[in-house]
Write a protein that binds this ligand. Structure first.
Ligand code: NAD
Ligand code: MG
Length: 392
């Protein structure tokens, strides 16, 4: 029995994870579930999956959840310390890190420091503190498996010996595929007028609202470039973004001998989730087999950095190093939230991120405290810029 904690159980990844687990009750047991504010949904998950612990965002939500679960043996608590507890408890083996944004960093890091098997969906944690996170994984002998479909595909396309001896693997390029999102071909001058509904309507994937907007600006791919850098120890020059609108190939590795290995599948996150849960074995995920004969043409082309300035900003942040990616991530979280609340326009997202990057010098990412100071500074600066735009 593998005992699982799901951080962000009510989100898109959390729900897909529970769907896969429910197919294999003899192999997996849910230890703990967390949600931020959707208490009703967490309550019904608790009734179905019977975790020992449930964690929510604040005291009011905890009181409401306790009321809904009266009579069930579920220990209810709230806040960051409780999230860190369920991520590091001796009673759990595996942690699905599927909280969205910087809020996911403390519990993901707690899981790493407790030497857990971590299934990492929360890419923002790695973007903010990549070196510190990878150091913690190594030092505490944690196992880190990527859930992001591209990184899971790259992981599957690399040899098993890669972590021990990356130089011997002969990797020439990591080819990170990107669908291009909903605005791949929309007239650039109309991007100013995009609505949150249009931005969240991804052509291939059904996801949470923040990552959907990130996919529309292609900041998501930028964050994934930084994520790939840390996960696979690859410099920026080794990582190439390839637009592939069909999302059938989930990423590729190109080798010095001319071989290219790819992972293909229907675009459904239950495949990487099942892969990481069962690794190195395979289990059924509920995803239909890919039918190559009905698929039609697969297309590939280079990204347009003028259409997607966020992608270039992320490469800049990766090259700058230190806390620059934390600045990028924090500014983006504030800008996306403001866009979703209709306080700024779609194109203001990249303007806010660029100005925060330009106007706030980054430092060395010596420890998590230093990263959090930059994160807070970037959020303040981004909020001021948003307020200025909203007033004008
Ligand atoms: P979502 O918005 O659907 O769900 C987010 C979850 O995090 C919810 O359970 C919510 O309760 C919780 N949460 C939100 N704010 C919180 C806070 N401040 N404190 C504690 N918990 C909080 O998001 P999602 O689409 O499931 O994405 C989750 C993560 O996985 C993101 O980092 C995203 O980039 C990554 N990811 C998602 C997909 C996908 O297909 N959805 C694919 C690849 C990577
Ligand atoms: Mg992805």
């Amino acid at each position: 029995m593998q005992r699982i904690t799901i951080l962000g159980a009510t989100g898109s990844i959390g729900v897909s994870t529970l769907d896969v687990l429910a197919r294999h009750p003899e192999q997996y047991e849910v230890y703990a579930l967390s949600a931020h504010s959707r208490v009703d949904e967490l309550a019904s998950q608790c009734r179905k999956y019977r975790p020992r612990r449930a964690v929510v965002g604040n005291a009011e939500a905890a009181a409401e959840l306790s009321r809904l679960l009266a009579g069930l043996p579920v220990d209810v608590s709230y806040g960051e310390a409780a999230l860190c507890e369920i991520a590091s408890s001796p009673d759990t083996d595996t942690v699905m890190a599927a909280i969205v944004g910087a809020a996911g960093l403390p519990p993901a890091l707690a899981a790493a420091r407790a030497g857990k098997k971590i299934l990492l969906a929360n890419k923002e944690a790695l973007v903010m503190s990549g070196q510190l996170f990878m150091d913690a994984v190594l030092e505490h002998k944690a196992t880190l498996l990527p859930i992001d479909s591209e990184h899971n595909a790259i992981f599957q396309s690399l040899p098993g010996s890669y972590a021990r001896d990356p130089a011997a693997a002969g990797v020439a390029k990591i080819l990170l595929t990107a669908s291009g999102g909903p605005f791949l071909t929309r007239a650039v001058e109309t991007l100013e007028d995009v609505t949150p509904e249009e931005a969240c309507k991804h052509p291939n994937w059904s996801m949470g609202r923040k990552i959907s907007v990130d996919s529309a600006t292609m900041m998501n791919k930028g964050l994934e470039v930084i994520e790939a850098h840390w996960l696979f120890g690859a410099p920026a020059e080794l990582i190439e973004v390839v637009i592939h609108p069909q999302s059938v190939i989930h990423s590729m590795v190109s080798y010095t001998d001319g071989s290219v290995l790819a992972q293909l599948g229907n675009p459904d996150m239950r495949t990487p989730i099942a892969h990481a849960l069962a690794f190195p074995e395979r289990i059924a995920s509920g995803v239909a087999q890919l039918d190559l004969t009905t698929m039609g043409a697969l297309q590939f082309h280079k990204p347009d950095y003028a259409r997607f300035p966020c992608l270039a900003l992320a490469f800049d942040a990766l090259r700058a190093g230190g806390t620059a990616p934390a600045l990028l991530n924090a500014a983006n979280e504030i800008a996306v939230e403001a866009f979703l609340e209709r306080r700024i326009g779609f194109r203001d997202i990249d303007r806010v991120v660029r100005r925060v990057m330009d106007e706030n010098p980054h430092g060395a990412a010596i420890d998590v405290a230093a990263v959090m100071v930059q994160d807070a500074q970037a959020r303040r600066a981004a909020r001021q810029l948003v307020a200025g735009i909203a007033r004008s």
